[in-house]
Design a protein around this ligand. Structure first.
Ligand SMILES: Nc1nc2c(ncn2[C@@H]2O[C@H](COP(=O)(O)OP(=O)(O)O)[C@@H](O)[C@H]2O)c(=O)[nH]1
Ligand SMILES: [Mg+2]
Length: 313
């Protein structure tokens, strides 16, 4: 597909794809522009990179201006943004500390968290943004909280499985979310299973809410169940990862394109480059386990998580 593109260009493109921040994106786009062969055949690509570069530059300026967005609005980064909601002291901040490089305050007393605190969590080869939030509680709920939850792609409900008040708190939270016309969380996280009786308490809670929530048992403090948590959060976002490859070469499995579940081969091509989409004849499908070894698929074929595509234009 990209026979005339240099390894330097492809490397820069990969940097762009895995860029976590706008600054990294700008640097990668500049490199892409510098290493792209300049001839008639790449004119469209040059224009496209320039357009994206000016967009990214604008975005970075916007971010620097403190008046541009309200303080509780967390700019989305990575494959998706997931808000952590729950009562006070359930361990929301501890989870964000355990899974990201962010360091929200953790304490035994409620209301330590007063501002949204984002952090990037890795699920295999994708980055997902977690947003730690203040509690939803009868005592006091930050007035901006609904808006911060609405900004996210999804939310999860974190509760302390050993707290006898958890059921009542969950009820309050669900009522609040309904009042705010927000969807219920997509996942119930039972935290503190490291404590005596924790596993049993989690099982009882999961059973009660079986019809409403899929649940995951974790201990943010002891690090239990965290792999299950990241997998469940990825599933919640309803995304698929697609890798691309050049004929005769291996796919780079460290830099996936991330698409919505239900996306087609054509959507994937469009995501890579609109020229590919325009001229796409067909694709060959490979899997990481060697299945479908080069099976020809049409533009409307729906991609699965971890499909490897070779575009033919
Ligand atoms: N035993 C145990 N304690 C935890 C766990 N996670 C958090 N905690 C404790 O619970 C309290 C509240 O935690 P924090 O993360 O601040 O909760 P938040 O209010 O939901 O953000 C702190 O004292 C934490 O040390 C856990 O998995 N096990
Ligand atoms: Mg907190």
């Amino acid at each position: 597909m990209s026979a005339n593109l240099s390894p330097e260009y492809l490397a820069a493109e990969e940097e762009h794809r895995s860029a976590g921040t706008v600054a990294e994106k700008i640097a990668a786009l500049e490199k892409m522009l510098a290493t792209l062969p300049k001839h008639k055949g790449t004119e469209k690509m040059q224009a496209d990179i320039k357009r994206r570069l000016s967009q990214a530059r604008k975005e970075s300026q916007k971010k620097g201006a403190s008046h541009a967005l309200p303080f509780y609005f967390v700019t989305r980064e990575g494959a998706g943004q997931v808000a952590l909601v729950g009562p006070a002291n359930s361990g929301k901040s501890s989870l964000v500390r355990a899974l990201t490089h962010a360091l929200p305050e953790v304490a035994e007393y409620p209301f330590t968290t007063r501002l949204p605190m984002p952090g990037m969590m890795a699920f295999e080869n994708v980055q997902i943004q977690l947003v730690d939030l203040p509690p939803i509680s009868t005592d006091f709920t930050e007035p901006w909280l609904p808006q911060a939850i609405r900004n996210a792609n999804a939310s999860v409900l974190v509760v302390d499985v050993n707290d006898a008040g958890s059921l009542e708190e969950m009820e309050l939270i669900e009522t609040s979310l309904r009042d705010w016309r927000l969807p219920l969380p997509g996942l119930l996280i039972g935290n503190k299973i490291d404590q005596p009786g924790g596993e049993g308490n989690f099982a009882a809670l999961a059973e009660i809410y079986r019809d409403r929530y899929a649940s995951v048992a974790v201990s943010a403090a002891a690090g239990h169940g965290l792999d299950g948590f990241t997998r469940a959060v990825f599933d919640l976002l309803e995304l698929v990862r697609v890798y691309t490859k050049v004929p005769g070469r291996k796919a780079n499995l460290s830099a996936p394109y991330v698409l919505k579940r239900g996306a087609t081969v054509l959507d994937a091509a469009r995501h890579v480059h609109k020229d590919f989409a325009e001229h796409l004849k067909f694709a060959r499908l490979f899997r990481t386990d060697g299945e479908h070894d080069g099976l020809m698929v049409e533009r409307q074929h729906v991609v699965q998580d971890e499909d490897i595509l070779e575009f033919h234009i």
